[in-house]
Design a protein around this ligand. Structure first.
Ligand code: PMP
Ligand code: GLN
Length: 387
């Protein structure tokens, strides 16, 4: 039998699926895979149910429902001060995952260099490689996750086609400052490159940290493809509704990819997300407030157990150093150990690095109900002898 594609056949199963399966097998409280609990807005769900029962049930426009594209443009004006033409600069996708693949397949020419910042979300690298891109990896390190400016400058060359920037950043919960993003923008402009800006956690920022969209920085309007996800903004991760905002010259080739990957996204869900994006400001600020309270609850609990808990300015993840607990194995061993022995699941941070990276950090998702957060802390406290 002839071998299948070597890039994909050489990959393991994503760490999120692996850890969720392990959690299920062992009846563990799953703080591994990032998905929220109990925050789904009822009116958005009712809008989807209504749209499903009234139809239509046939293909929507390839670029997305006009009402959703208009809502995305209005959202980007309201929250990011961006002027976006909904008819030529917005495309709806089946989740940010599809949006990322569309951007990478649509923009990368084999041999192009692509700058990536570790720790990185797991879909980036395989798609960059499959698109023929040559990855240039730059590394942020715990506990401060500072931008390595020299390394970043050296990673750019005249062959650089694009950089992927993820802010707020999974898993390290860093929110890039305007100054850091301007530094990156300067390199992008100097090398005539693009930015695929993964902003799925745009509304999950805390403690007054502003979310800055790279698209709004001077000289960047036409160089950025901005990606959002209704899964994160409305706590509905199985709907898989995402979007891309980009200037027509960029969105053109990106949409050619979309037309052959999914072509469209379920109409009732698009209609409901349009209603969601029109919600009052209080919904968006309330989401961040609820999430920050959950962060504080889990952070305090994990500190009490003995973890060293890193700062979290955005996303719904806490990165923790488990060495103070006396565990001497690596992060994979730790995450398996607490799943099986303590009944709590986390994700090893080394899964977000290539080769040898930091290997004594575990990521916990705090977007859960208080019962789950408290139960997890109690189980860990008991296991590590704090009770
Ligand atoms: N990018 C990042 C950084 C993420 O954490 C996620 C969430 N899984 C995605 C993209 C994918 O989002 P979606 O579920 O909308 O495909
Ligand atoms: N983004 C989520 C996380 O980081 C999970 C997404 C997935 O399972 N593919 O946990």
């Amino acid at each position: 039998m002839k071998p299948a594609n070597s890039i994909f056949s050489g990959l393991g199963t994503t760490i999120f699926t692996v850890m969720s399966q392990l959690a299920q097998e062992h009846g563990a409280i799953n703080l591994g895979q990032g998905f929220p609990e109990g925050l789904e807005p009822e009116d958005v769900i009712a809008a989807a149910a209504h749209a499903l029962s009234t139809g239509p049930h046939q293909y929507p426009p390839m670029m997305g429902l006009p009402e959703l594209r208009q809502a995305i443009a209005a959202h980007d004006r309201r929250f990011h001060g961006l002027e976006v033409d909904w008819a030529t600069e917005v495309m709806v996708t089946s989740g940010a995952t599809e949006a990322l693949a569309d951007c990478l397949f649509g923009l990368i020419e084999p041999g192009d260099e692509v700058v990536l910042i570790e720790p990185l979300y797991d879909s980036y690298l395989p798609i960059v490689r499959r698109a023929g891109g040559i990855p240039k990896l730059v590394r942020l390190e715990p506990p401060h996750w500072d931008l390595p400016r020299q390394a970043l400058t050296e990673a750019f060359s005249d062959k650089t086609k694009l950089i992927i920037v993820n802010s707020p950043m999974n898993p390290c919960a860093k929110v890039f400052t305007e100054e850091e993003l301007s530094f990156i923008a300067d390199l992008v402009i100097r090398h005539d490159a693009y930015v695929v800006s993964d902003e799925v956690y745009e509304h999950l920022v805390y403690d007054g940290h502003p979310h800055v969209s790279m698209m709004g920085l001077p000289g960047m309007r036409d160089r950025v493809a901005r990606i959002g996800s209704a899964g994160k903004t409305f706590s509905i991760t199985n709907w898989k509704v995402g979007y891309i905002v980009a200037a027509p010259a960029l969105l053109g080739p990106i949409s050619k990819t979309h037309q052959f990957i999914t072509f469209t996204t379920p109409t009732p869900l698009q209609a409901a997300v349009a209603a969601g994006l029109a919600k009052e400001d209080a919904y968006f600020s309330g989401l961040a407030r609820d999430m920050a309270a959950r962060r504080n609850r889990l952070a305090a609990g994990l500190k009490g157990v003995g973890f060293d808990v890193m700062t979290c300015a955005g996303t719904y993840f806490l990165t923790t150093d488990f060495r103070p607990l006396g565990f001497t194995g690596n992060d994979e061993a730790f995450c398996r150990h607490i799943t099986i022995e303590a009944g709590v699941t986390a994700v090893p941070v080394s899964a977000f690095y290539q080769g040898t990276g930091p290997n004594h950090f575990a990521r916990f998702c705090f977007a859960k109900m208080d019962d789950a957060l408290d139960g997890a802390v109690e189980r860990l406290a008991e296991h590590f002898g704090q009770k």
